[in-house]
Ligand binder design. Sequence first.
Ligand code: KG4
Ligand code: ZN
Length: 339
Amino acid sequence: MRILGIESSCDETSAAVYSPEDGLLSNVIASQDEHIRFGGVVPEIASRAHTELVIPVVRRALSDAGVTLDDVDAIAVTAGPGLVGSLLVGVSAAKGLAFGRGLPIVPVHHIEAHLFANRIDHPDLEPPFIALVVSGGHTQLMWVPQWGAYRILGTTRDDAAGEAYDKVAKLLGIGYPGGPHIDKLAREGDRKFVRFPRAHIKDDPYAFSFSGLKTAVLLQVESMTEAELTEHRADLAASFQDAVVTALISTTMRAVRAMRARKLVLAGGVASNSELRTRIRETAAKSKVTVFQPRPILCTDNAAMVACAGAYGLSQNRVVGWDFNPDPRLPLPTLEPVV
Ligand code: KG4
Ligand code: ZN
């Protein structure tokens, strides 16, 4: 079986072909550079760029996989959450292709797709596990007792982890998107240069908060001269990253212990962060917990994860009709919170 996946929820136009039997056959990601000069994603520009890119990207994904639409059994597409105009382009493309070929359409939840990115390299990965989803729009700690049912244990009270990276990168005068730039710069810096605050929310052991940290970085930057800032930019990046990674790991490990989890799954753009990847593995190993993390290119937005989640969705008969539309606020299929 082969699934064509299409992802267009934000500023990456991506298409991929995935086969449950043969694995990932192709994964084409066109990142829209149009947004760099604005220092963030401009929704209207994103929709227009998706319109231009989606068909060439699908064509390339099919040719990279060495297949044609005749060899595809279903089309999986991100149904939400995301930017409404961007989602609409992917869904319309999926509908057109599916209608022309009489193929089923499988809608995929973007966060669920991030989790399924782990299954591409680890097809045997099965719940139960704790998952930490850290992206530009989401920071969610969840308990996953089975695929398709997610219990949110904690979320961020303010900025998402990736959003904090992007905003702090702006404060430090580094490019967009901030995450990869800070990650790289931090390797040359001293993480003990400043001890930034690690927020703990009273009465909510699994919540995150990053806006206080962002303000602390702002105050620090304002207290320095231009020359000092130039000299210590890498130190500030390392100190900021240390605060984020420490907060993510300590809260996640609290949930791992409470749920007596043996597996921990990372997902989302920030899961490609080199320091988070190394330190969470080291910490979890001490508690004999196995960490799963997608390879970096499958952490940030991509259609491979959508196609892989679509294969699961198809097995659950999650097929929709031609009246289907994306939902920018699509909720995750959740279980009641208990902890
Ligand atoms: O999952 P993703 O591609 O898109 C959303 O669904 O939001 O995540 C994008 C976010 C951005 O905020 C970006 O700065 C962050 O992930 N990111 C990183 C790294 N690579 C991407 N953050 C920290 N370290 C990285 N290496
Ligand atoms: Zn994402």
